[in-house]
Design a protein around this ligand. Structure first.
Ligand code: FES
Length: 145
């Protein structure tokens, strides 16, 4: 059996939603200190719906495929639905990832959550801090810049 599913290969070769949103409503940057890969997510939000989403990923093929799939999964969805996206859902939508590549999909979940937190913070929207516990926005890490 091939190491990577057709869907992973497709999203790696033809990633959807690559780019930057100027004046995004929320931006989140997640990184993995072990492999050094970084994923940045930009959200445009209108009436509590993700009207547009873009990503920039400096990382492995699985991280690119995960970013692409994750952005497709939240585009056009209400904010609460995007906040509930798990790396498991991203992995399932990709028809699986090798076990040693599961952490790549975690970056997508974390970057989306951080972008939503940024949106909540910028707009004074209250949230449960527990939801974001343990997440570190790479944009705030001096060593990455
Ligand atoms: Fe680290 Fe893929 S190897 S994100």
């Amino acid at each position: 059996m091939a190491l990577y599913s057709d869907k992973v290969m497709d999203h790696f070769r033809n990633p959807r939603n690559v780019g930057v949103i100027e004046n995004a409503d929320g931006v989140g940057e997640a990184g993995n200190p072990v492999c050094g890969d970084i994923m940045k997510i930009y959200l445009k939000i209108d009436d509590d719906v993700i009207s547009d989403v873009k990503f920039e990923t400096f990382g492995c093929g699985s991280a690119i495929a995960s970013s692409s799939m994750a952005t497709e999964l939240i585009k056009g969805k209400p904010v609460e639905e995007a906040a509930a996206l798990t790396n498991k859902a991203v992995t399932e939508a990709l028809d699986g990832l090798p076990i040693h590549k599961l952490h790549c999909s975690v970056l997508a979940e974390e970057a989306i959550k951080l972008a939503l937190k940024d949106y909540y913070d910028k707009n004074g929207i209250p949230y449960d801090p527990e939801e974001f516990k343990g997440l570190v926005d790479c944009a705030s890490c001096a060593e990455n810049h």
